[in-house]
Ligand binder design. Structure first.
Ligand code: GRF
Length: 185
C-alpha cells in the first residue's frame, strides 16, 4: 500500500477529488490530511472520507524554519511515499523540502507563467488566449520544480466564474491522475 499525505489550507476541493479517486483503491491510502489553518473547510471534507486529520497552525511558530521542523516531525511517523500539496498556502523552506523525496503541488496557471498566490487573477487578466493548470515537483524555489503535467484551455471570452470553473474542473481531473501515475506507474 502506497501512503500519501495531503497538505491544504482552505476549501479542499482537490483533496476531495484525490480522496474520491483513491477511496476504493487497495494500492493507495491517504494516511493523513494536514491543515495549517484550524478553520479550513477541507478538514470537513477529509473527515467525510474517514481520513485522519492534523492541524498544525503556523501562527504558533516564530519562523518558517521552526514551522517546517514541526511539520517534518508531524509527518515523519506517517512515512509517506508522496506528499501532495493541495492549496497549502505556505512558502516552504529546505528543511521541509529536503526531508521528503516526493512532494508535488498543483498550480492554477501554465507555469512558468504566473507564479505565486495571484496566479488565477494574473492569468485571467492577461491578454493570453489560453490558460491552464500545472502539476509540478516541489523545490525550495516557489512554483519552480520540474513540470509533471500540464493542461491548457481556450480562455477567450470566458468570464471570471467560467474561468475559475474551468481551472477547478481540470485540477480535479489531472491531480488524481498524476498521483496514481507517480505511485503506481
Ligand atoms: C487550487 O486552485 C490550486 O491550484 C491552488 O490552490 C487551490 C486550492 O483549491 N494551489 P482547493 O482548496 O483544493 O479547492
Amino acid at each position: 500500500m502506497k501512503k500519501i499525505v495531503i497538505l491544504f489550507s482552505g476549501n479542499g476541493t482537490n483533496l476531495e477529488a484525490i480522496a474520491e479517486a483513491v477511496q476504493e483503491s487497495k494500492e493507495i491510502e491517504i494516511v493523513c490530511a494536514l491543515s495549517n489553518k484550524a478553520n479550513a473547510y477541507g478538514i470537513e471534507r477529509a473527515k467525510k472520507f474517514g481520513i485522519k486529520t492534523e492541524i498544525l497552525e503556523h501562527k504558533n511558530f516564530n519562523s518558517r524554519e521552526e514551522y517546517d521542523k514541526a511539520l517534518v516531525a508531524t509527518l515523519n511517523p506517517y512515512n509517506p511515499d508522496l506528499i501532495v500539496l493541495a492549496g497549502f498556502m505556505r512558502i516552504l523552506t529546505p528543511i521541509f523540502v529536503d526531508a521528503f523525496e516526493n512532494i508535488i503541488n498543483i498550480h492554477p496557471s501554465l507555469l512558468p507563467l504566473f507564479k505565486g498566490s495571484n496566479a488565477i487573477e494574473q492569468s485571467f487578466n492577461s491578454d493570453m488566449q489560453v490558460a491552464g493548470v500545472t502539476v509540478h515537483q516541489v523545490t525550495s524555489e516557489l512554483d519552480a520544480g520540474k513540470i509533471l503535467a500540464q493542461e491548457c484551455f481556450n480562455s477567450n471570452g470566458l468570464n471570471w466564474e467560467e474561468f475559475n470553473a474551468k481551472i477547478k474542473d481540470i485540477e480535479h481531473r489531472i491531480y488524481p491522475r498524476v498521483v496514481k501515475q507517480l505511485l503506481l506507474g
